[in-house]
Design a protein around this ligand. Structure first.
Ligand code: NAD
Ligand code: IPM
Ligand code: MN
Length: 365
């Protein structure tokens, strides 16, 4: 197939991990006979430095006409002055809103080979397989803000329609997994959470096959550490989802491992690792590219419909996590490029094995 993919490397380690993910996608294209055209554009701090805007019009236009968008990370200390008129993160938020990608899927699995890196005991980490569905285009991230000399406000607003569409997506995903959905809110205090909860309850009637539970966000933060393998799909609002998924990444062993897919109603999606620009390690060639590479796998699956290829990338990453090489954040000493090359070699192996199996089955010699 032919696909047009916009890449937004951004700031800090963004360009390093995005380059690795693009190399993986090029391997997939060559191996499986697809034609992927890559179009690199500016976002974030580098876009501010070059154009004055965190999301230049040319970037947004390219993203709107692409089949998928692959993003690295935005932000860094040089753009973090609290009095700065414009910030890199505004570019990312504006892009999410403009593309209408309201459902942010953040899958968490704990690889047995890395379980010793987690702050939790190994037995708690067996069979951890959680899909977080974070609402991405509403809530406090997008509410009105006010500021005077001695006070500030951030409005948190949700409409029923905004809640309903992301919750339906979560129910659909749960239906195709282990039929269990946990909805996380703060309904004992927040009005938006009470609207969230009653909307979830109403929609649940359409999904009698899915077992639903509600959990308050404070206890969920605790339960994620004490019983992480109890959860299947977890749906929550924007800010709670941001915080809980960084916590979840610690269970996996490193923030550098987790991918995400941001989806709207159409096929086009925005794919990014959940980590940031990691200014403390940027430019050293040591960032873990696995979160970005797994984001590319989600891109193949959700935007291009290439399930076999997505599984091939995930299997290759699994093999590298099992046998190494490992980057520094997960206890090894391999650089970004060495991990990338190992994943590419594993994809090649996988494709060769699959081809041999196919030919064997068809006796095509
Ligand atoms: P961060 O995620 O950048 O880093 C937190 C810690 O995790 C650091 O110690 C970092 O070295 C480590 N880490 C992150 N990714 C890694 C990787 N791939 N390999 C190895 N180690 C990795 O969070 P922060 O330091 O709080 O934020 C830095 C900047 O990134 C801020 O400007 C923030 O706004 C931005 N940010 C951007 C995104 C995004 O673009 N999606 C996400 C989160 C934070
Ligand atoms: C993330 C990041 C962003 C968010 C920031 C950079 C705006 O932390 O993607 O998780 O809070 O959504
Ligand atoms: Mn975050």
């Amino acid at each position: 197939m032919k696909a047009r993919i916009v890449t937004l490397p951004g700031d800090g380690v963004g360009p390093e991990v995005t380059a690795a993910a693009v190399a993986v996608l090029k391997t997939v294209a060559a191996r499986y006979e697809h034609v992927f055209a890559f179009d690199e554009q500016l976002i974030g701090g580098i876009a501010i430095d070059t154009t004055g805007e965190p999301l230049p019009a040319a970037t947004l236009a390219a993203c709107r006409s692409a089949d998928a968008v692959l993003l690295g990370a935005v932000g860094g200390p040089q753009w973090s002055d609290p009095n700065a008129p414009v910030r890199p993160e505004q570019g990312l938020l504006a892009l999410r809103a403009a593309l209408g990608v309201y459902a942010n899927l953040r899958p968490l699995q704990v690889h047995p080979a890395l379980a010793n890196l987690s702050p939790l005991k190994n037995d708690k980490l067996r069979h951890v397989d959680v899909l977080f569905v974070r609402e991405l285009t509403g809530g406090m991230y997008f509410g009105a803000r006010t500021r005077t000399a001695d006070a500030a406000t951030d409005e948190c607003r949700y409409s029923v329609a905004e809640i309903e569409r992301v919750v339906r997506r979560a129910f659909e995903l749960a239906r195709n997994r282990r039929q269990h959905l946990t909805s996380v809110d703060k309904a004992n205090v927040l009005e938006t959470s009470r609207l969230w909860r009653s909307t979830v309850q109403r929609i649940a009637a359409d999904y009698p096959d899915v077992k639903l539970e509600h959990q308050l966000v404070d206890s969920m933060a605790m339960l994620l550490l004490t019983r992480p393998n109890r959860y299947d799909v977890v749906v929550t609002e924007n800010l709670f989802g941001d915080i809980l998924t960084d916590e979840a990444a610690a269970l996996a062993g490193s923030l550098g491992l987790l991918p995400s897919a941001s989806l709207g109603d159409g096929r086009r999606g925005l794919y990014e690792p959940i980590h940031g620009s990691a200014p403390d390690i940027a430019g050293q060639g040591v960032a873990n590219p696995v979160g970005a590479i797994l984001s590319a796998a989600l891109l193949l699956r959700h935007s291009l419909g290439l399930e076999v290829e997505a599984v091939a990338v995930e299997a290759a990453v699994e093999q590298v996590l099992r046998h190494g090489p490992h980057s520094r954040d997960i206890g090894g000493d391999a650089g970004t490029d060495a991990v990338r090359d190992a994943v590419i070699a594993a994809i090649d192996d996988h494709a060769d094995t699959a081809a041999a199996f196919f030919c064997g089955a068809r006796a095509c010699g």
